[in-house]
Design a protein around this ligand. Structure first.
Ligand SMILES: [Zn+2]
Ligand SMILES: [Zn+2]
Ligand SMILES: [Zn+2]
Ligand SMILES: [Zn+2]
Ligand SMILES: [Zn+2]
Length: 131
């Protein structure tokens, strides 16, 4: 700390002392970065986050996406895609079709079981007394 600052106190210019260059965490001169949800102090460089402008799952300001509030759009009876970020989700109602294969009762999509799944199912059948 400079001698004068010690006697007279700092000469604050925003968050920075014009005399000794010391900074404080108040009086920042924030500037918003283009396309970013944060602001930077032009004097000391401190970066502060700002609230995102969420429109469903994407921020309209910085383009960040999050995994919630998607704008779902149905592409088939069981499948949906988010209009905004392109994420897909499906909720098929699979029922056993033949050994090792399930079929969705709504859209007819086939789902092949893995060998482990088949083995597990065989076990379940035996436990339930199936023949
Ligand atoms: Zn000072
Ligand atoms: Zn500052
Ligand atoms: Zn944002
Ligand atoms: Zn989305
Ligand atoms: Zn389906």
């Amino acid at each position: 700390m400079a001698f004068l600052c010690r006697i007279l106190g700092h000469r604050w210019n925003g968050c920075q002392c014009a005399r000794c260059g010391e900074t404080r965490d108040t009086g920042h001169l924030f500037e918003t970065a283009e396309g970013k949800c944060e602001k930077t102090c032009t004097l000391c460089g401190k970066v502060e986050p700002m609230a995102h402008q969420w429109h469903h799952c994407a921020c309209t300001h910085c383009g960040l996406t999050r995994d919630k509030d998607h704008d779902w759009f149905a592409t088939s009876e069981c499948e949906e895609v988010c209009r905004i970020c392109g994420q897909e989700r499906s909720s098929h109602a699979y029922v056993p079709h033949e050994r090792g294969v399930d079929k969705c009762r709504y859209c007819g999509k086939l789902h092949r079981l893995t060998p482990e799944e088949i083995a597990r199912r065989d076990e379940e059948w035996e436990e339930n007394g199936g023949c």
